[in-house]
Design a protein around this ligand. Structure first.
Ligand code: BTN
Length: 329
C-alpha cells in the first residue's frame, strides 16, 4: 500500500524542533505548496501542528506512530498467532476485514492511523484522529456457531479492562454491554460483527476504538462525554497498548470459547459501571424501559428490575435516570 504524502510528511516531523517547508519538500522531492497542502490536510484530520513563518512546522504533541515491528516485538512469542497490518488510512478497519471475504486469515489485525468512516454501535460514527487514537479490528474465528457467542462483546470488554489495568490505568469500568468508561465518560468502544455460517465456525470481526490523546476538534465531534488515556495516565505508546490488548484477547477469548461468558461474568461485574443504579434502557424497537440494574446473566444479558418484575435484555442503550427533583420541606 503506497504511503500517502500526508503521512510521509507527518513522520518527518517531531515535536522537538521545527522543520522548514523547504527542507521537507526537498527531502520528499515535491514542491513547498504540496507540503503545505499535506500539512493542512493533516490539521483538518485532527493532528495538532504548530507552524511558524520562517521556521517551519512542528508537531504540537509527540506521536509514536503505529509500527508493525514494534507491535510484534511487544507481543513476543504471541506474535506468531497474529498477523499485524498497519494502514495509514482506510474507510473502516472493520469494514475492510468484513469485505475481505476469506482472504484474511483468522488472527489478522488491521490497525489504522485514520478511518475515513469509522463506525460505532447503532449506526453511529466513531471519531478518531491520526496519532491520537487506537482504531483496530481483529478477525477472530470462534469454533462454535453464532448462537454460542452470547456475551462475546462483554468478554472483549473484560480483555480491554485487563489490558488497561495492566498498563497502570485504574478506575476503568464497563457500561453494559461493552462501553469502556471512566467516571461516566467514554474511553473506548467495541463493535463485533459476524461473518459467515450461523452453525459454525464463526468468523467475528472485533473492532475496537480507544481514545488515546484526542485533539479538541475530535472531542467536540463526539456526541457524548469522552475521556482519553492522556488525561488518565499521560502519554501512552499505542504499539504497546495494542500488544497488551491482543495478549488479553488471546487469554480471555480462549476462556470464553471453552466455558462461555459465565466464566467471566464475575470479573465483568466487578467493573460494572451502573450496578444498582436507576436507568432507562432504549431498545432497538424504540421502546424505553425504566428500571433498577440488578445484574448481568450468564450470556451477558442485562437484568433489570422493572415495575413488571425482573426482565432481561440482550441489546439496548443504557442511560442513567436523572435523580428525582428534591421536594421542599
Ligand atoms: C461503539 O460505538 O462504542 C463502538 C465503536 C467501535 C469503533 C471501532 S474503531 C475500529 C473499528 N472500525 C470501525 O469502523 N469501528 C470499530
Amino acid at each position: 500500500m503506497a504511503e500517502p504524502l500526508e503521512y510521509r510528511v507527518l513522520r518527518m516531523l517531531s515535536h522537538l524542533e521545527y522543520r522548514s517547508g523547504e527542507a521537507l519538500a526537498r527531502a520528499l522531492g515535491v514542491t513547498r505548496a504540496t507540503v503545505w497542502n499535506a500539512i493542512r490536510s493533516a490539521q483538518r484530520h485532527g493532528v495538532a501542528i504548530d507552524g511558524i513563518r520562517g521556521s517551519g512546522y512542528r508537531l504540537a504533541d509527540p506521536i509514536v506512530w503505529l509500527d508493525a515491528a514494534a507491535i510484534n516485538a511487544a507481543l513476543g512469542p504471541l506474535a506468531a498467532g497474529f498477523r499485524i497490518r498497519v494502514a495509514d488510512e482506510v474507510d473502516s478497519t472493520s469494514s475492510r476485514l468484513l469485505a475481505s471475504e476469506g482472504a484474511d486469515a483468522p488472527g489478522t489485525v488491521l490497525v489504522a492511523e485514520r478511518q475515513r468512516a469509522g463506525r460505532g454501535r447503532a449506526g453511529r460514527p466513531w471519531h478518531s484522529a491520526p496519532g491520537g487514537s487506537l482504531t483496530f479490528s481483529v478477525l477472530w474465528r470462534f469454533a462454535g456457531g453464532a448462537a454460542s457467542l452470547g456475551g462475546a462483546s462483554l468478554a472483549v470488554a473484560v480483555a480491554l479492562i485487563r489490558a488497561l489495568n495492566g498498563l497502570g490505568i485504574p478506575g476503568v469500568q464497563v457500561k453494559w454491554p461493552n462501553d469502556i468508561v471512566h467516571r461516566g465518560r467514554k474511553l473506548a468502544g467495541i463493535l463485533i460483527e459476524l461473518r459467515g455460517d450461523a452453525l459454525g465456525p464463526t468468523d467475528a470481526v472485533i473492532g475496537v476504538g480507544i481514545n488515546v490523546s484526542l485533539p479538541q476538534g475530535t472531542r467536540e465531534a463526539i456526541d457524548q462525554p469522552a475521556v482519553d488515556l492522556r488525561a488518565l495516565a499521560g502519554a501512552v505508546d499505542r504499539n504497546r497498548l495494542l500488544a497488551a490488548v491482543l495478549r488479553e484477547f488471546h487469554a480471555v477469548l480462549a476462556r470464553f470459547e471453552a466455558e462461555g461468558f459465565r466464566a467471566l461474568r464475575e470479573e465483568w461485574d466487578r467493573h460494572h459501571a451502573y450496578r444498582g443504579r436507576e436507568v432507562e434502557l432504549y431498545l432497538p424497537s424504540g421502546e424505553r424501559v425504566g428500571g433498577h440494574v440488578q445484574d448481568v446473566g450468564p450470556a451477558g444479558e442485562l437484568i433489570l428490575r422493572t415495575a413488571a418484575g425482573a426482565r432481561s435484555f440482550v441489546s439496548g442503550e443504557l442511560r442513567l435516570r436523572p435523580a428525582p427533583p428534591e421536594v421542599a420541606a
